[in-house]
Design a protein. Structure first.
Length: 262
């Protein structure tokens, strides 16, 4: 695992955007570059940086295919809290990606399980995900894989915990009851099957989740801990999120990254 510690959220986002842009530009295969994407507050800064690079002509998304992590079950894509709406408002409407290259789970599917199976098959049809960008919740959940979700799970229907609905209630008029009780989500196994995983962790409220991801044992209680088993996992974090890392761990990763830059 690689842990990249930046001074603040803005620098973390700049680092992550630069990393993703370089991976896309270096992609020389005949097939498109396949990018997994999250929603939430964590990636917004990264999306803004990537959009800037696109407008400046530094990068194009014309040969990029995206697969989003999740979508609320029962929300039409036109709803202002759907993840389809979020992604277009915060990213896709600001870059040159072809509409047909964007893949987001259909929260209004008549057969949700069939929709999830179709999603897995479509990912496989592209040869898998090259890089999966993600964020994690305060309880360490990755996508909507709440604590105690199987670490080999695939895309499927997920029941949302009360804690998650309370946290997300701020987007629904501060009413957790208005937050859908279920969502469609890629599985932990779906994410860890990708060639690379880049997870964003920022803020003081994520300190326990970062410590569990890096220093804790692999456990279903902290689904983020599955990153420890991935051969090319990167965590980009800010100083605020490092509060519960041991001093030796903190110094180790700073030292390693310093040597990487030399």
């Amino acid at each position: 695992m690689r842990v990249v510690i930046q001074d603040n959220y803005e620098k973390m986002c700049q680092w992550a955007a630069n990393y993703i842009a370089e991976k896309i530009k270096a992609h020389k295969e005949d097939r498109p570059f396949v990018l997994g994407l999250p929603t939430g507050s964590s990636p917004i800064g990264v999306y803004k940086e990537l959009a800037k690079k696109n407008k400046a002509g530094e990068i194009t998304f014309k040969n990029v295919v995206t697969f989003n992590m999740d979508e609320y079950l029962g929300l039409p894509r036109e709803h202002d809290q759907s993840y389809w709406y979020f992604m277009h408002d915060n990213f896709f409407d600001h870059i040159d990606i072809p509409a047909e290259n964007v893949n987001i789970l259909n929260g209004m599917a008549e057969d949700p399980e069939a929709e999830c199976a179709r999603y897995e098959e479509k990912i496989a049809s592209y040869g898998g995900v090259d890089l999966f960008l993600g964020g994690i919740g305060v309880d360490g959940h990755l996508a909507f894989n709440e604590p105690f979700t199987s670490l080999t799970s695939r895309t499927g229907v997920r029941d949302l915990t009360t804690d998650t609905r309370i946290v997300n209630g701020r987007f629904f008029g501060n009413d957790p009851e208005k937050v859908p009780a279920q969502a469609l989500s890629v599985g932990i196994g779906t994410v860890t099957d990708s060639k690379e995983v880049l997870i964003l962790i920022s803020g003081h409220n994520k300190t326990r989740a970062l410590a569990a991801s890096v220093e804790g044992g692999v456990s279903q209680k902290w689904t983020c801990s599955a990153l420890q088993l991935h051969k090319a996992a990167i965590i980009a974090c800010d100083e605020e999120a490092c509060g519960e890392l041991t001093v030796d761990t903190y110094k180790y990763f700073l030292d390693i990254e310093k040597k990487e830059r030399l």
